[in-house]
Write a new protein. Structure first.
Length: 298
């Protein structure tokens, strides 16, 4: 118990994979799953929920028995829920509790690559947990946006030049995909769409805002190797003719027209194309007005 009290009052000097932190805001324990050299300077890490509800884990989730003093504060078996893995700001980590076993920590980077395969009961519980995490994911994203905006003082009204610097972006290849979704397709279930938005929230560190005001947000996000265009609007009814232009090559979106529904947010992806480093134009029509944005891809 002395170790628990010491950790409570003494934050580690640096953030590392495998550390257990309690988050007062959601009343849950979080294990750091990734510390990136670039994003930690902005105060952002990735983490996932550590739960004693082992039945929530699917076949790829890591289950283990706590050792040492952690046995005094946890149940006999724990599980890391990779469906909850996402970006977090270090200010949302309330206090340090210890570290998971090193052999379990070493496997995190491998298991997070597998798609989640939950049964309906697990999905129901996971949805509730994810809803609790959304404000934390949004906060991490907003902090990152504040950092990026501080680097870019000049903003043009209709054309915004930004740098999309993504450590996972080299080429967008079809064989790198595990999930593909299309908006407004009759065979896409609400579960699929919810899964997409969960992934989009967790991928926002690999995202840039093209335009944002009090009623609208347009962005591009890299999710598992594929570039997506997303839009949220309380003002417009439909988006059409979304396309990318690079070196006079036009890459159209999968969906020719996207209608805003009750949820007021839509998304689409682009047909397969190997992007090169350099400038890309993102063009689309909203109702009767055309928009164009320039993005530098590295």
């Amino acid at each position: 118990m002395n170790n628990v009290l010491f950790n409570y009052f003494n934050r580690p000097g640096e953030y590392k994979n495998g550390q257990i932190w309690h988050c007062n805001q959601i009343g849950e324990d979080i294990v750091i799953s990734d510390v990136d050299n670039v994003y930690i300077k902005r105060g952002i890490i990735r983490g996932m929920i550590l739960s004693n509800e082992v039945f929530l884990g699917d076949k790829k989730d890591l289950k283990f028995k706590p050792t040492g003093y952690l046995k005094d504060i946890y149940s006999p078996e724990l599980v890391l829920l990779r469906v909850t893995d996402g970006p977090l700001h270090i200010n949302d980590l309330s206090f340090y509790k210890g570290d998971i076993p090193k052999n379990i920590c070493a496997r995190i980077s491998t298991v997070v690559k597998y798609p989640v395969d939950q049964n309906p009961v697990q999905m129901e519980f996971s949805t509730d947990i994810i809803e609790k995490l959304r404000p934390l994911w949004d906060n991490a994203f907003e902090k990152d946006e504040e950092y990026l905006e501080s680097l870019q003082k000049e903003i043009k009204k209709d054309t915004i030049n930004k740098i999309l610097s993504l450590r996972v972006l080299q080429k967008l290849k079809k064989d790198s995909l595990r999930f593909q979704y299309r908006i407004a397709a009759a065979d896409v279930s609400s579960s699929d769409i919810r899964t997409f938005w969960d992934k989009e929230n967790k991928s926002r560190k690999d995202s840039i805002i093209l335009y944002k005001d009090s009623k609208n947000t347009f962005r591009v996000t890299l999710i598992e190797g594929r570039l997506y265009f997303t839009a949220q609007s309380d003002q417009f009814k439909k988006i059409s003719n979304v396309k990318l232009v690079q070196n006079q090559k036009i890459i159209p979106a999968i969906d020719k027209e996207i209608i805003f529904g009750k949820e007021k947010r839509v998304f689409t992806s682009f047909k397969d194309y190997d992007f090169e480093s350099g400038e890309i134009q993102i063009k689309f029509n909203i109702d009767k007005k055309s928009y164009s944005f320039n993005v530098e891809m590295k």
